[in-house]
Design a binder for this molecule. Structure first.
Ligand SMILES: Nc1ncnc2c1ncn2[C@@H]1O[C@H](COP(=O)(O)OP(=O)(O)OP(=O)(O)O)[C@@H](O)[C@H]1O
Ligand SMILES: O[C@H]1[C@H](O)[C@@H](O)[C@H](O)[C@@H](O)[C@H]1O
Length: 372
């Protein structure tokens, strides 16, 4: 099993961290890097939704909801002056940097054909691209963990490298590394395509990354067999849940039931749920249950989901009861536990109840909306 990344510290970083702790600052601070964006959802040529997007928005939403009380995080995100969602909860709590370039925006064209877990369910085009996030945009301090969650190539290789130096453990979404954009005329934006990770400048950083998450559509481009020798690889499989691969083991983690209305942000919400699970002290395979839970929650609503307080209370209570040695949270140590614990099935069953609560609430909300 690979040890978690033990990044080379920036000069004076250890002293700085110690100083922060003695000042009483949170010991479990995270760094989320990736831009908010505008998402336009189209079906049959018609606009069916316009929402806040960007992995950072979905990730912040889940981390705010599900992290343990002693954890906090900072977001480094860029938008233009046209940004339409400054007062939405995630950007309001974690404001982006303002740039001269327009806000990154995507058009997602959904097909009516039933998507399999491994085939694209939408054609994505990038219509505008904001500025990249440069190493100097990152705060000059140490973090317990980092999430590299770009959507349009904004997390540059040198920025990821600096994240690795600043953060004890870095979790990366493959979409931040392998997306390329084929410019085409006609004003309809650039088609989003994937390239092989091995040919990119990010490849050499993999062995200093703790977890790399890819969707099953992205997995062929990262080369799971090669990547798992360098870090723990997670492949999400839509309604089928996910699989984890580390160098000498693998695990399948069961999904939760959801009524899917919009798949956007499932992968982002999964990754944030997974990180929150690690923060609560769960093993990677157990934390993947929290990932699956929030992935299912994301697909149940259009855009960045709102979580019902009762559902969140239930999830937090479950985590308080089942998770584990919070005095030494895995994400803050230098090694991770990968295997499922003997509480895995119990945790799944308890979360299944909370998922049922979520489905019921969604049905009630729909019924109320229909009566209005
Ligand atoms: N229909 C569904 N029912 C239940 N859970 C789902 C469903 N779709 C997604 N999930 C959960 O969300 C996780 C991530 O979904 P998926 O594999 O579709 O990611 P993705 O393709 O990166 O998503 P996106 O690009 O839309 O953010 C899955 O591993 C699963 O746990
Ligand atoms: O808002 C979404 C979301 O963040 C997805 O993860 C990403 O694939 C899309 O590009 C973006 O538009």
């Amino acid at each position: 099993m690979p040890p978690a990344a033990v990044p080379a510290e920036e000069p004076a970083a250890a002293e700085e961290e110690e100083e922060q702790q003695t000042k009483g600052l949170p010991a479990l601070e995270g760094l989320v890097v990736g831009s908010y964006c505008h998402d336009v959802l189209l079906r049959g040529g018609r606009v069916v939704g316009e929402t806040l997007g960007g992995a950072a928005a979905f990730v912040s939403n889940v981390l705010d909801a599900a992290s343990p009380p002693e954890a906090s995080f900072s977001v480094v995100s860029k938008v233009g002056s046209d940004f339409a969602y400054a007062s939405a909860p995630a950007p309001e709590r974690h404001p982006p940097l303002l740039c001269p370039a327009p806000t990154t925006s995507f058009h997602a064209r959904f097909s009516d054909a039933v998507a399999s877990a491994h085939a694209p369910d939408r054609q994505l085009r990038r219509v505008n691209a904001c500025d990249p996030i440069y190493p100097d945009d990152l705060p000059d301090r140490r973090f317990a963990y980092g999430l590299a969650v770009g959507v349009a190539g904004e997390v540059l290789p040198e920025t990821l490298e600096r994240m690795i130096r600043l953060c004890r453990a870095v979790l990366v979404d493959a979409q931040a590394l392998i997306r390329v954009f084929d410019a085409e005329g006609g004003g309809s934006g650039a088609a989003v395509r994937h390239i092989a990770l091995e040919g990119t400048p990010y490849a050499r950083l993999l062995e200093r990354v703790a977890f790399l998450k890819a969707s099953s559509e992205e997995a062929p481009y990262i080369g799971v067999e090669m990547a798992r020798r360098r870090c723990c690889v997670i492949v999400t499989e839509g309604r089928d849940g996910c699989r984890l691969y580390w160098d000498d083991g693998e695990a399948r983690v069961a999904p939760f039931t959801a009524v899917q209305v919009d798949p956007t942000g499932a992968g982002d919400s999964y990754l944030a749920g997974f990180a929150a699970g690690l923060l609560w002290g769960l093993s990677a395979t157990d934390a993947a249950l929290i990932g699956n839970f929030f992935g299912a929650a994301a697909v149940s609503q259009i855009g960045v989901p709102t979580f019902h307080p009762k559902m969140l209370q239930a999830v937090k209570q479950i985590l308080e009861e089942k998770a584990i040695q919070r005095s030494s949270p895995c994400i803050n140590g230098t090694t991770f536990t990968f295997q499922r614990s003997d509480k895995h099935d119990e945790l799944h069953a308890a979360l299944q109840e909370a998922a049922r609560l979520m489905c019921e609430q969604q049905q009630n909300d729909t019924a109320t909306d229909n009566c209005d």
